[in-house]
Design a protein around this ligand. Structure first.
Ligand code: ADP
Ligand code: MG
Length: 697
C-alpha cells in the first residue's frame, strides 16, 4: 500500500490547474504513459536551457549566439504591398544598430510589437548578413515590465506535437507546488558528503535553475535524483537476488540424450562463445543453488539456440522450461526457429500467446499441466493464472528489460524453485556490467556465428536523398527487401508518426503498394500484420519508427536506411543495423544524416562504419557520451532509466549498490520504521512491482 503522504504526487496531471482533458493526450505522449501523473511530469528532465544572462551591447554581441539586448526602435521597413519580402525593423543602442527580420507577418503587427521610439528587450540569435547584424524572429520581444518577470535561466524540455513549452512550464509550476514534505529518503551522511539538496529542493532547482548547472545532468539536483533512481533499481535487484536464494534451488541433471540429438539436428556447430555460455548455464541448472544469470549477446549472436539447449538439459531431467518474449512477433519467431529442431530431437514444444484461444488453448494448457510439453515459448500470456506447469524448472526471459521485475518473478513462481535465465541484446559495457548487474551471474556471447557477411555501412547526407531513392529502386529490382527507419522526432512540433507516414507516402509514389508502414501507435495485432506481410515478401519496403528494433528476423532484407541517424544513440543504431546482414547476401546500411554534424556526431557515425562489435560500440558510445554532448540525447542506450544518464552518473552506481545491499541485508522485508524512506523511494521511482514483491513474500 502506498503511503497517503505521496498521494499528491500520484494524482493524475489533469488535477493540475490549467490541464484540462484536451491536454491529457499530448501530455500522455510527452511523458510516455497512458494516464500521466504529477510525478511523471516532475521527472520530465530538461533537454537544455536558455541563458539570458548574456546581455551584451549590440557592438559586443557575438554572432551565432543567443543574446538578450536592450534596444530602441528606430525605423520600420514593411514589405511593399503584395510583395513576399520580410518586414525589417531597425533598432539600436549607444554602440550600434541591428535589423530585426520577420517573415510572413500580417501588416501592422510588428509596428505594435515594436512601437517606434520605444525601448524593448529582444531575446534571440544574432547573425551576420552581408556584414550587417540581424536577428530573425526573436524568441521574445518584451517591454520593461515583461522583461522583469522573465527568468534569467529557463529550462527547455523535449516536446511533442500540440504541446508548447509554456504549457509544460506552467504544469510544472503546479506540480512543484504539490510536493509534500517528506523525510530525507537517502542516508543523511551521503547527502551531506555529496552536498545534495533534499528531494523537493532538487526538483525545484532543476526546473527553476538559478545557475545553468542546476539544469544539467552534472549538477547536484540532477545527480541526486539520478542516485535515487539508481538506488531504487539496485534495491530491486538485491531483493530479487535475496528472494531467489531464499527460495532455494533444485538440481536438474540430464543424461545428454536430447542435447546430443539437438546438436545433431542443428545445421551448424556451436561457436566457442555459445559453448562456454552453455557450460556455465548447465552448471547452474545442475547445481542445487537457484540460477539468476544474465546472457548478453548482440543481435544475431545466437542466444536462442543456447536457450534451447538449456531447455534440453532440463527436459532430460523430466522437467519443463518456459521462454517468454516481449512481443507476439518475437515469440512466434523463436518458436519457428526452435520447433523444427526440437521436433527432430524429440523435445515437445508449444507456443502460447494472446492469439491461442478457446479449444486450442485448452489443449496447450492441459499438455503443460500434465507435463507432456517440455518447452513452451510465449508472451505475457504465459504468466496468466490459469497457466499451470507440471514441473517448471527453468524460466528464460528474452529482452529482459522489457519486462517488469514482477513479471519475471511471476513466471519463475510457476515452478517450485525455478532457475532464471535473463537474455538481452543490449550489450552493456564491461565497466558497467558489474555495477549495474552485480547481483546476477553473467555470460556473454561476444563472438558471432561464422559466415556472416559484414554490413557495408555508409554515412550519406540527406541532401542526397534522391540518389538514395534511386539506389533503392535498383536494390528492389535485384530482389532486395528494405527497411527504412524514421526516428522519433522529439523536439520539433512534427510528430514521429507524421514524419514516418510522409516518408511512406513519398516512397509509395515511386514504388507503389509494396511499401508498408509500421509505427508505435499501431496496436500489437496491426503491427504483427504488417510485419508478417514483410516477412512473407509481399511488402518489399518497410517504413518504420524504431519499433522494429527488437530481434525481428527477415533474412532477405539486405538494405537498411536510417533517416536522421545523427539523432539516434550509437547502441540503438547498431541494434537497428542488426536487422540486416542476416542472410547469405551482402547487406548495406545507409545512415542518412542532416548536416552539419558536430564533431561527436561525426565520431559516432565513424565508429559505426568501422565496427560491428556491439560490445566495442557500447564502450565507445559510453566514452563519447562522457566526453562531449553534455546534455546527451534521450536515447541513453540503457533502457529503463528516465533520469540517470549512465555516461554521466556511472560513478554513482557503486554507491547505490552498496547502500542497497546494506538496506536489504539489514531488513529484507523493508518493514522496520527505519526502512520507511526506502519504501517511499521505491514508490517514487515506480518500483511498484518491487513493492508487490515485498508483500507477496
Ligand atoms: P539472437 O537471439 O542472439 O539475436 P538468434 O538466436 O536469433 O540470435 O540467432 C541468429 C541466427 O543465427 C539464427 O538464424 C540462428 O539459427 C543462427 N545461428 C545461431 N548459432 C549459430 C552458429 N553457431 N552457427 C551458425 N549460425 C548460428
Ligand atoms: Mg533473440
Amino acid at each position: 500500500m502506498r503511503p497517503t503522504l505521496l498521494d499528491p504526487l500520484f494524482a493524475p496531471i489533469t488535477a493540475l490547474k490549467g490541464i484540462g482533458p484536451k491536454l491529457e493526450r499530448p501530455f500522455a505522449r510527452l511523458l510516455n504513459r497512458d494516464a500521466p501523473r504529477v510525478l511523471d511530469l516532475l521527472f520530465h528532465m530538461p533537454s537544455s536551457f536558455v541563458d539570458r544572462r548574456a546581455r551584451p551591447t549590440i557592438a559586443d554581441a557575438i554572432p551565432e549566439t543567443d543574446v538578450t539586448l536592450k534596444v530602441t526602435v528606430e525605423a520600420h521597413y514593411p514589405p511593399a504591398p503584395g510583395r513576399r519580402a520580410p518586414h525589417r525593423t531597425l533598432v539600436a543602442d549607444q554602440t550600434g544598430d541591428l535589423t530585426v527580420v520577420h517573415f510572413n507577418v500580417e501588416a501592422g503587427r510588428i509596428e505594435r510589437l515594436l512601437p517606434l521610439g520605444a525601448t524593448r528587450w529582444l531575446c534571440g540569435r544574432i547573425s551576420l548578413f552581408d556584414g550587417m547584424r540581424q536577428m530573425a524572429h526573436p524568441d521574445r520581444i518584451l517591454d520593461e515590465a515583461g522583461f522583469a518577470k522573465l527568468p534569467a535561466i529557463e529550462p527547455v524540455y523535449p516536446l511533442v506535437e500540440g504541446l508548447a513549452g509554456g504549457y509544460v512550464r506552467r504544469a510544472l509550476d503546479g506540480a512543484l507546488a504539490r510536493i509534500p514534505a517528506l523525510p530525507e529518503l537517502l542516508p543523511a551522511a551521503l547527502v551531506a558528503a555529496q552536498g545534495w539538496p533534499d528531494f523537493a529542493t532538487a526538483l525545484a532547482r532543476l526546473h527553476h535553475p538559478k545557475n545553468p548547472i542546476d539544469a544539467l545532468p552534472s549538477g547536484a539536483p540532477w545527480r541526486r535524483l539520478a542516485f535515487q533512481e539508481l538506488l531504487a533499481h539496485q534495491i530491486t535487484l538485491a531483493l530479487v537476488r535475496s528472494r531467489q536464494s531464499r527460495a532455494g534451488g533444485r538440481s536438474s541433471v540430464g543424461d545428454g540424450r536430447l542435447t546430443r540429438q539437438i546438436l545433431a539436428a542443428l545445421p551448424f556447430a556451436l561457436t566457442e562463445a555459445q559453448g562456454q555460455a552453455l557450460a556455465q548455464i548447465r552448471a547452474d541448472i545442475r547445481s542445487d543453488k537457484a540460477m539468476l544469470r544474465l546472457l548478453q549477446g548482440d543481435v544475431g549472436s545466437g542466444k536462442t539456440v543456447v536457450g534451447l539447449l538449456a531447455a534440453a538439459e532440463v527436459a532430460e531431467a523430466g522437467r519443463q522450461t518456459a521462454l517468454m518474449a516481449p512481443t507476439e512477433i518475437l515469440a512466434r519467431q523463436h518458436y519457428e526457429t526452435i520447433a523444427p529442431i526440437a521436433a527432430a530431437a524429440g523435445l515437445a514444444t508449444a507456443v502460447l500467446t494472446g492469439r491461442e484461444k478457446g479449444r486450442a488453448r485448452e489443449v496447450i494448457l492441459k499438455d503443460l499441466a500434465e507435463g507432456r510439453t517440455h518447452l513452451v515459448v510465449g508472451t505475457h500470456a504465459l504468466i496468466q493464472p490459469d497457466v499451470v506447469f507440471a514441473d517448471l524448472a527453468l524460466a528464460i526471459v528474452d529482452e529482459q528489460h522489457r519486462f517488469g521485475v514482477e513479471q519475471r518473478l511471476s513466471l519463475a513462481r510457476k515452478g517450485p524453485a525455478t532457475d532464471m535465465l535473463l537474455m538481452t541484446a543490449t550489450p552493456i559495457p564491461r565497466t558497467l556490467v558489474l555495477t549495474l548487474f552485480g547481483d546476477m551471474d553473467h555470460s556473454e556471447l561476444r563472438q558471432k556465428p561464422p559466415g556472416r557477411q559484414p554490413v557495408d555501412t555508409r554515412a550519406v547526407s540527406l541532401d542526397r536523398l534522391d540518389e538514395v531513392v534511386h539506389g533503392l529502386g535498383r536494390a528492389l529490382r535485384a530482389g532486395a527487401q528494405v527497411y527504412w527507419i524514421c526516428p522519433l522526432v522529439e523536439e520539433s512540433d512534427v510528430s514521429d508518426l507524421a514524419a514516418a507516414s510522409e516518408r511512406a507516402e513519398t516512397l509509395r509514389q515511386v514504388f507503389g503498394d509494396t511499401v508498408g508502414l509500421v509505427h508505435g501507435r499501431m496496436s500489437g495485432a496491426e503491427k504483427d500484420k504488417v510485419m508478417a506481410r514483410f516477412q512473407s515478401g509481399e511488402l518489399r519496403v518497410l517504413v518504420a519508427t524504431t519499433v522494429v528494433e527488437v530481434g525481428v528476423n527477415v533474412p532477405s532484407a539486405t538494405l537498411m536506411v536510417i533517416e536522421h541517424a545523427e539523432r539516434f544513440g550509437l547502441a540503438q543504431l547498431h541494434q537497428l543495423r542488426g536487422r540486416v546482414g542476416r542472410g547469405s547476401k551482402a547487406s548495406t546500411c545507409l545512415l542518412l544524416y542532416r548536416g552539419p554534424l558536430s564533431e561527436t556526431a561525426k565520431a559516432r557515425l565513424a565508429i559505426l562504419r568501422e565496427s560491428e562489435d556491439g560490445f566495442a560500440i557500447a564502450e565507445e558510445d559510453l566514452r563519447l557520451r562522457g566526453e562531449g554532448d553534455v546534455l546527451g540525447t534521450r536515447q541513453s542506450g540503457f533502457p529503463g532509466f528516465g533520469i540517470a544518464r549512465l555516461e554521466m552518473h556511472a560513478d554513482l552506481v557503486a554507491t547505490a549498490r552498496a547502500v542497497a545491499h546494506e538496506t536489504v541485508q539489514a531488513d529484507p522485508e523493508l518493514e522496520s520504521p527505519a526502512s520507511m524512506p526506502m519504501r517511499l523511494l521505491l514508490h517514487l521511482h515506480d518500483s511498484n512491482a518491487t513493492m508487490r514483491l515485498l508483500s507477496a513474500g
